[in-house]
Each structure stands twice: as structure tokens, then as C-alpha cells.
Write a new protein. Structure first.
Lengths: 563, 62
């Protein structure tokens, strides 16, 4: 029998709420579900919320009775915030998080590289926002609770998965024993140590690095701005790297590399943590400042992915699908993109709007994203925690040169998580005008946000289906285009038409944005009336035209929803 | 494109200066010194491909 702890986890800043377990004896017999999601972390909950938005009911099961132990993921990128805006939690994140955009690499007391993440007037969200994972999860749990299409089950642990051709049989253990559910699809969002991955005997591909890092959260009053601090080869920890980040509630994350021969158990002993944190505070000039420990953990960098995220009736997402190094904030930030992608692809298959090919596309796109991240993150990891003598020698040479030589400083660049561009997606329309554009988001790219007015941005208005953005100064969308739109909607395709560039409401559009100064058209590379963009339900571009006609619009719909 | 090479007197100068610099760096820091030097030279060379050829040539007959 699965007996999750009912004790609230310890924390000096977060008040854990323990939820009641969901017990099968208190509920009627189970019908065959459409979607069961294993895991109530960021990927699982965003998948459920996006599925619900597409009208698909899902069951979330989690072995726990409360949110994540410790702060874990603390840095969220702009694209993550744009995705969380879609599921309704971005405002609470913004209200309670700490925005930032500068990163400092420090060697021998000198800031040898300063990263400035671009922040544009057209962006609603900062490049980065720091907030502890417990809050991020709490906001998502509240959003799930408010969503009638999500059946949330605390205290339910997956102990068996059987592939049955057109469905999966899932055994769940609870505090009163096991029960079985059948589901058309099982989403494995059960994290880096995925039980489902183990149950199915799946192997990940890639590399593991030996360097181990301690993560420690302390409460301390430091008069420093919210910026990333990376210390290379500090006097108290020669050859190794230390990272520091400010979190809300006066908490600082201190993240330091261990000597190769030290065990995680030794590293997490209170006296060991204290000696190192004191040494770090001393080095930055705050020795003797009182501090209090909240949580600590050890991790090592891995760059691993499953080669396919669709395994029979099981769909892997987030850390269950891949393990990415912490450098560059790639865990949760990648998980949000995975989940958003998975949800719409799966919803459209379940609703019969596309064939199962669409799920193969999801897997190809997201495995491609993971491999790109692995390539980039591998470079950061080899610099932060050199895996061999050769890499260490080069890193040390760069540190030494960086005090006087500008040309090596970009090697410190912290390649931050960014949205993958699905440049070669099979959903991109081959017959459009993509190649003729000189500006604007290209095939497969996420959208460029646009400031429309005070507290009013383009992405506030998008989401939930396909988006046709039609640029015109006329008073109506041409009838042949409206006919194609009407026929697509008739077949059940969720599709919103937004007209941009006319002062009055445009007939045939669901929404008209005036764009009086032509700023939107300029950023999207639209030289004259009649151009258009088609965005997928994850807002990535799948077609764009300088001059849209009905035939090519229909072709783009057919391409985006393969049967 | 012709590649400039060192005259014999210049090669002899580099020979002496490099030897003295390795001694000055000392046994513990000479590798670090040489890697720094290689990166500076590679940047001045401005061609990753040429650098790779030099690396292959230097790896021979070790």
C-alpha cells in the first residue's frame, strides 16, 4: 500500500498544505479515460490545463500529497511566462517573483563577463523571473482545481503499466490499496526518476557528467540586486564554480561544485554546508552575516533524452522524457514547452481533427528541441564543470586570459533556455511566402509579442486554437478567405481570425487591432495589406504570406492537420 | 593566399623566448601558459581550420 507522508515538509518560508488522498472506494467505477497524466509537476499540470482548454478531460495522478520539496526550479524564462499566461498563472508569478536580466561571471574578484538579456518594449515579461518551484506549483494546482475538466488525484502512485494496443492499463497504488484504470493515452510526466520509464524498460541516450553540485537555499539579508552571480575558481574552492541567485522571501540559492572525491552524504552534512557557505560569504565580503538553512540537495549534470516520446500509448514529457543540465535553466523551462506542445497535438488527435501522425510530429519536434538543448547545454557544462583534464586546462586558460583579453569573454556566456524554433516541422506550409519575408517570426518560430497599449499585448489575445492574423486596412476580410475559415470551423477546427491595421472593426474578423503606427506590421515584416500569419495552438508560426489567397490558406490548414 | 613564415633569425628568437617563458612559468604553470598562448595565437590566426591543422601536426610523433 502506498503511504505518502502526511507531515508537511519542512521549510522556513513556505507553508506546505497537505492534501487528502483520492481513494477509489469513495468514487464510482472508472470509465475508460481519454488521458491520464502521471505527475503533478510543471509539465503534467501545464499539459492538463492546456488539454482542458482544448476541451479534453484528463486525470492527474501524483504519489505525493503536497508540492515539491525545496525550491528546485527557481528561474523562469520569458517564454515560460508566456506559456503560463496561456494557462492562467503568469499574473501570480509576476506579482510574487523577482524579475531580472543581468548575469555576472566573476574571476579573482573581477567581473570578466556581464550578460545582458535583451528586454524589448514589446515584451510583457522580463527575460527571467525568480520564484521558488513550490509557488509555481501552487498556482498551477489552484488553476487545475478551478478547471472542471481536470480530475486531480493526490496520493496515487503508478505501479504498473500495460500496453494494450489502443489503450493502456495503469495500476495505481493508494493509501487503501491498488486499483486499475484504463486510458486511451497515458502521459508520463513523472519527472527525472520516472517510474513509468523504468517500468517500460526504456533507455535514454546521451552523456552523464561526473561533476557534482550542492544546491543550498539560505535565508540571508544581502544588499545585492537580483542578478545571476557565477564565481569561477574561487580561493576557497579552487578549480570549481559557485552560482548565486536571489529568490523571494530573502532566500538565496548558493550552488557550488564539489571536489571529485567527495560523496553526496558528506557534502550535505551540516558542518560541511556551513563551512562552505561561510567561506563563500566571506569571499564576497559578507562574512559573519547571519544566515539560516532552508533546504539542500546534490545534483550532477546529465544530457540525456529518450529517442522517441511516443511509446505505444504512453507519451513522455518534461524530465521523464529527458534530463538536461541545470546550467541555463533548462528543466522546468523545457518542460513547459514540451507540455504545451503535447497538449495541443494530443487534443487534436483525440478530437479527430488530425491523425496519429500529429503525435509523431510532436515527438520529432520535441526530441529535436532536446537534442539542440543538449548540444548547447553540453558546452556550458563543459565550461562550468570540465569533465576531463584537457577541458579543465582550456577552461583555466580562458579564465586566466579573460582578465585582459576580450576575445575569450564570450566563452563565459550562459546559454539560457530559449524556445526551440520548429524550422523543419512537417506542419510548416511549403507553398507559403516564408522565404520572401525579411522580418518577423519565421517557420516554426514562437510569436514575437507586440505591445498594443498600456498593459495590453498581442499574446494576451492569443491561444486555445489556431490563429489567423490578417493584415489589412480594408473593412472586410475577402469573402474567399472567409469561406475557407468557415469550412475549417465547420469541421471543428478552433480558429480565430485577428485583423491588424484597420481603424474600424473588420468584417469577418473576431478581433481587430488598429496598429495605427504600423509597428505590428513592421515587426512582422508585412509591407502591404493582404499579408497574413497562421499560428498553431502553441503560437508557433506554421505559415506566413505576403499576399494570402484562399487556395494557399486551405493548403496550410491541410498541412498543419495531417490526417 | 600565401602564408607568411618566420625567417630563420625570427624563428631562433621565438625559440629562445618561448624556452625562457616556459622556464619562467615553471613546471606547474607551463601547461596553462602554453594553452593560453595557443588560444592567443589561434585568435590572431583568425582561422579555426588552420588551427586544427596545426593541432593535428603537433599531435604527430609525440
Amino acid at each position: 500500500m502506498h503511504q505518502p507522508t502526511t507531515e508537511p515538509r519542512p521549510s522556513i518560508y513556505y507553508n506546505y498544505q497537505v492534501h487528502a488522498p483520492w481513494l477509489p472506494s469513495q468514487h464510482a467505477a472508472q470509465p475508460r479515460h481519454k488521458v491520464v497524466i502521471a505527475g503533478a509537476g510543471p509539465a503534467g499540470m501545464v499539459a492538463a490545463l492546456e488539454l482542458a482548454r482544448h476541451g479534453v478531460l484528463s486525470v492527474i495522478v501524483t504519489p505525493e500529497l503536497q508540492v515539491s520539496q525545496g525550491s528546485r526550479a527557481i528561474v523562469f524564462t520569458r517564454r515560460s511566462m508566456e506559456i503560463l499566461q496561456q494557462v492562467g498563472t503568469a499574473q501570480r508569478m509576476t506579482e510574487n517573483g523577482l524579475p531580472w536580466r543581468f548575469g555576472n561571471s566573476i574571476y579573482q574578484g573581477q567581473t570578466v563577463f556581464r550578460m545582458e538579456a535583451p528586454h524589448d518594449a514589446d515584451d510583457r515579461f522580463f527575460p527571467m523571473l525568480n520564484i521558488q518551484q513550490q509557488y509555481m506549483e501552487e498556482y498551477l494546482i489552484d488553476a487545475c482545481a478551478a478547471q472542471p475538466l481536470i480530475d486531480f488525484r493526490w496520493g496515487n502512485k503508478v505501479t504498473g503499466v500495460e500496453q494494450r494496443g489502443d489503450h493502456a492499463r495503469v495500476t495505481l497504488d493508494t493509501p487503501e490499496g491498488e486499483y486499475v484504470v484504463e486510458t486511451d493515452w497515458l502521459i508520463a510526466a513523472d519527472g527525472g526518476r520516472s517510474d513509468i520509464r523504468t517500468l517500460l524498460g526504456l533507455k535514454m541516450e546521451g552523456a552523464s557528467y561526473e561533476g557534482r553540485f550542492v544546491i543550498a537555499d539560505i535565508r540571508i539579508d544581502l544588499p545585492l540586486p537580483t542578478e545571476r552571480l557565477a564565481f569561477f575558481d574561487p580561493v576557497w574552492n579552487p578549480g570549481n564554480t559557485i552560482l548565486m541567485h536571489r529568490e523571494p522571501h530573502g532566500i538565496w540559492r548558493v550552488d557550488y561544485q564539489l571536489p571529485p572525491d567527495e560523496s553526496p552524504d558528506d557534502a550535505l552534512k551540516p558542518e560541511s554546508l556551513k563551512a562552505r557557505i561561510d567561506a563563500q560569504l566571506d569571499m564576497i565580503g559578507f562574512g559573519g552575516t547571519p544566515w539560516e538553512m532552508d533546504w539542500s540537495s546534490v545534483y550532477s549534470a546529465r544530457t540525456l533524452t529518450l529517442p522517441d516520446y511516443v511509446v505505444g500509448r504512453v507519451l513522455f514529457t518534461g524530465d521523464a522524457a529527458h534530463l538536461l543540465p541545470i546550467f541555463g535553466v533548462r528543466g522546468a523551462n523545457t518542460g513547459f514547452q514540451d507540455a504545451q506542445s503535447l497538449a495541443w497535438h494530443l487534443a487534436f488527435v483525440l478530437k479527430g481533427l488530425a491523425g496519429e501522425k500529429l503525435l509523431a510530429n510532436h515527438s520529432a519536434e520535441r526530441v529535436g528541441a532536446a537534442r539542440e538543448i543538449i548540444d548547447e547545454a553540453g558546452k556550458s557544462t563543459r565550461f562550468m564543470a570540465p569533465p576531463t583534464r584537457g577541458f579543465r586546462m582550456l577552461r583555466d586558460a580562458v579564465l586566466s586570459l579573460s582578465r585582459t583579453q576580450d576575445f575569450v569573454r564570450p566563452l563565459y556566456h550562459w546559454r539560457t533556455s530559449r524556445p526551440h524554433e520548429y524550422t523543419h516541422s512537417m506542419l510548416n506550409s511549403p507553398g507559403d511566402d516564408n522565404a520572401l519575408f525579411t522580418a518577423g517570426p519565421a517557420h516554426g518560430a514562437p510569436p514575437r509579442n507586440i505591445r498594443l497599449g498600456a498593459d495590453d499585448f498581442l499574446l494576451d489575445h492569443l491561444g486555445g486554437g489556431f490563429e489567423l492574423i490578417y493584415f489589412t486596412d480594408a473593412d472586410a476580410i475577402p469573402q474567399p478567405l472567409r469561406d475557407v475559415v468557415a469550412a475549417a470551423r465547420q469541421r471543428g477546427m478552433p480558429l480565430r481570425v485577428t485583423a491588424v491595421g484597420a481603424a474600424q472593426a473588420v468584417q469577418g474578423a473576431d478581433l481587430t487591432l488598429a496598429d495605427a503606427h504600423g509597428h505590428f506590421r513592421q515587426r512582422y515584416g508585412i509591407p502591404f495589406s493582404g499579408g497574413a500569419y497562421l499560428l498553431r495552438p502553441d503560437q508557433h508560426v506554421c505559415a506566413r504570406w505576403l499576399t494570402l489567397d484562399a487556395t494557399r490558406l486551405q493548403a496550410a490548414f491541410n498541412q498543419a492537420l495531417p490526417q | 593566399m600565401t602564408t607568411p613564415t618566420l625567417s630563420i633569425p625570427d624563428l631562433e628568437t621565438v625559440y629562445d623566448v618561448l624556452a625562457q617563458a616556459i622556464d619562467q612559468a615553471g613546471p606547474e604553470k607551463s601547461e596553462l601558459f602554453l594553452v593560453k598562448l595557443a588560444l592567443l595565437n589561434a585568435n590572431a590566426l583568425g582561422r579555426a581550420e588552420t588551427m586544427q591543422q596545426h593541432i593535428q601536426a603537433a599531435l604527430q610523433d609525440l
